[in-house]
Design a binder for this molecule. Structure first.
Ligand SMILES: [Fe+2]
Ligand SMILES: [Fe+2]
Length: 176
């Protein structure tokens, strides 16, 4: 069982490399390692955490024969909070940031991703539901919305896990 869990985690990493390498390697994403998020993490670490959690959930559902677009899932998760980068120049306060960053993230992601489609757009724009009024309409969007809340709680409450995740994410640090 233990080796199975490790194998499961390794494969989640593989999905990030396979589908998200271009986004993760971008100068903008890498700058996210230098902007704090949820007090104990960074925008980039949080985005990787959400991508890992989303892939894990997606793989469980795939085993239950639920069809899943893993590429859109990874890309949506990695980009969902890119609009937060530079938040103090973009938004007057936290409330504006909360409501405005999904749209900003979608605008950024649309310039970064070849084949940016309606599903990725839906994942990103609706990930703050229910704090924003429109729910996601695709299953990948539901997964990222749930993974985002799960990771936010873990990052704020479980600092040990936050550090452990941060160490794991060091494999995704690239020099520009
Ligand atoms: Fe967000
Ligand atoms: Fe988030």
């Amino acid at each position: 069982m233990f080796s199975g869990m490790r194998d499961f985690k390794r494969k989640s990493d593989d999905f990030i490399h396979e589908y998200g390498e271009g986004v993760v390697r971008s100068r903008l994403f890498q700058s996210g390692f230098r902007q704090a998020h949820h007090r104990v993490t960074t925008v980039a670490d949080h985005s990787l955490n959400v991508a890992m959690a989303s892939v894990s959930m997606g793989r469980v559902l795939e085993r239950m024969h639920v069809r899943m677009d893993m590429q859109d899932l990874v890309l949506g998760a990695l980009c969902h909070d890119l609009g937060i980068l530079g938040r103090y120049q973009k938004f007057a306060n936290s409330r504006q940031c909360c409501s405005g960053h999904p749209k900003e993230s979608a605008a950024i992601a649309s310039t970064m991703i070849d084949g940016y489609d309606a599903r990725i757009d839906n994942i990103i724009r609706c990930h703050m539901f229910p704090l924003t009024p429109v729910p996601p309409t695709c299953r990948e969007g539901v997964i990222v919305t749930l993974a985002d809340k799960y990771c936010a709680v873990c990052e704020r409450m479980l600092t040990f896990k936050g550090r452990r995740w941060k160490q794991r994410n060091e494999a995704f640090h690239y020099s520009a």
